[in-house]
Design a protein. Structure first.
Length: 183
């Protein structure tokens, strides 16, 4: 399958010993000649948005987007018509990245948007030119269509479902522990 923005990357069993990408599902937001960018969508953090911003009175989940720039916050949403500066990455699914954070804070305060419209990530997953293509060739990632609702998904079983969906032979990995060293 062609690698492109809007697709999902599902870590293969080759990455089971990788402490960052083990059992990860990543939503790609960019893939071009300069490199690739995406966000891990199945690894919630213990932090909430109001833990980071005192002036945001909502208790939204923060997510581990990946190991690059973990001190920076990024957001994906489906309300570009409300947020100036939003950049589309999957127009078919009405998904956007970024935009005016002050507008977002006000929309959250006014309860115009909520977790059904926006997801916040600390850090992102990134690859330099051709790196992701090589990792897919080396069988570190499966590339698949995004048939998930980013804003209502339950992160607990996404990897287990996707690993079998991309290849039913992977059912053996469905019950693999998150940390194989503890087995």
């Amino acid at each position: 399958m062609k690698i492109q923005a809007g697709k999902l990357l599902v870590s293969t069993p080759e990455l089971l010993l990788d402490h960052v990408f083990n059992q990860s599902v990543i939503l790609l937001t960019e893939h071009n000649a300069n490199g690739s960018m995406g966000f891990i969508i199945n690894k919630p953090l213990i932090l909430r948005l109001n833990d980071v911003f005192d002036d945001v009175p909502v208790n939204l989940q923060l997510w581990n987007g990946g190991p690059v720039e973990p001190g920076n916050m990024f957001y994906l949403h489906n309300v570009a018509h409300l947020i100036q500066g939003s950049v589309p990455f999957d127009a078919d699914r009405d998904l956007y990245i970024g935009g005016d954070f002050n507008q977002i804070k006000q929309l959250l305060k006014d309860r115009i948007i909520d977790d059904r419209n926006i997801k916040f990530f600390l850090g992102y997953s990134g690859w330099r030119k051709r790196q992701l293509d090589n990792e897919v060739i080396d069988k570190a990632w499966f590339v698949t269509d995004n048939n998930l609702d980013l804003f209502t998904l339950n992160p607990k079983n996404i990897w287990k479902e996707k690993i079998v969906e991309v290849d039913p032979k992977n059912i053996i990995w469905k019950n693999a522990p998150l940390n194989p060293h503890l087995n």
